[in-house]
Design a binder for this molecule. Structure first.
Ligand SMILES: [Zn+2]
Length: 313
């Protein structure tokens, strides 16, 4: 609040994040110092295109003051376990729940970093079912039975020798077939890495894809999963606890992807020494994330519900 008490201070900060070296015209690509006509207007010296600091970013066309956005980012990155839209609404004193919800979902999208580094070294990969409950339905007045959904998620965890975990990647998948898990491995893990899986046939072509394949066959083995695959086991337990704790089992299946991205964002930065760094990283990603409207998020949720209904037959 001290740093960003005026809209101008917020704009200056975002401009610095978006163009760390020199202004690049979004239309003609010419690099030169822009002419400033108003606080959010930057005019390209070459083609006279009028750019703004926020257009084309997560903050495009927002009617919420930027200092509220930045306060929200600070709050989101300071809560170790994540926040709910209601919590955000309360702490920022927002009149509208919808505003809080939209901000939170926009920031979740910014947590998905495009072109992020791939995992390497020794990586455990396995699928697990995550139970997501809909608590709102379980406590309704009609005494309807608790409604829980199970979703299959594939998890990759970097294993640090001799002990500990590095970064992770997650993806929601429709089944545990090769067509689901192999593209995930190729997107998440660099070739040449050692991939540790169970005996599932879905992973039988890892060697052809350039990985070193280490297999633990569980069938008929006395070794329980948490011993042979400790990374995946641990991460699955943390996701489960996080969904039930922070979000109280109220995560909609259609929104699960964004919650998983938030989990990955937090997990992979859990050792960041300063919260300020987390805040900085989130905003750094926000200025390169396409704008999305409330209507768009809702429409996409509906589409995902339809898709998952179709997929589950
Ligand atoms: Zn230009």
């Amino acid at each position: 609040m001290d740093w960003f008490h005026t809209e101008q201070a917020c704009l200056d900060y975002l401009q610095k994040l978006r163009w760390p070296h020199e202004f690049v015209c979004p239309r003609c690509g010419v690099i030169s110092a822009p002419l400033k006509t108003s606080r959010n207007r930057l005019v390209c010296q070459s083609c006279k295109h009028q750019a703004s600091v926020t257009a084309g970013t997560l903050f495009d066309k927002t009617r919420t003051p930027l200092k509220v956005w930045l306060a929200a980012a600070w709050y989101i990155t300071n809560q170790k376990q994540g926040v709910s839209a209601l919590g955000l609404q309360r702490v920022l004193g927002l009149g509208s729940y919808q505003t809080a919800w939209t901000m939170l979902h926009r920031f979740r999208r910014a947590m998905v970093r495009p072109g992020r580094d791939m995992l390497g070294g020794l990586v455990e990969v396995d699928e697990t079912f995550i139970a997501i409950g809909d608590k709102a339905q379980s406590v309704n007045a009609k005494g309807r039975k608790s409604h829980t959904a199970k979703t299959l998620v594939v998890i990759a965890v970097e294993m640090i020798e001799p002990k500990g975990f590095g970064r992770i990647r997650l993806r929601r998948i429709v089944d545990d077939s090769e067509s689901q898990v192999l593209p995930f491995v190729k997107d998440a893990i660099e070739a040449g890495a050692t991939v540790h899986t169970d005996g599932s046939a879905a992973y039988r072509h890892l060697k052809e894809e350039g990985y070193v394949h280490q297999q633990s066959v569980m069938l008929g083995s006395d070794t329980p999963a948490h011993v042979s695959m400790p990374g995946v086991h641990r991460v699955a337990a943390l996701i489960h606890r996080w969904l039930l704790g922070t979000h109280q089992g109220a995560v909609q299946p259609a929104q699960l992807d964004y919650y998983l991205e938030e989990f990955v964002f937090r997990f992979n930065r859990r050792q960041s020494l300063s919260r300020g760094m987390l805040f900085y990283r989130l905003l750094e990603q926000a200025v390169v994330t396409d704008p999305v409207t409330y209507q768009h998020v809702v429409a996409q949720s509906k589409l995902r519900v339809i898709q998952s209904m179709e997929l589950s037959g």
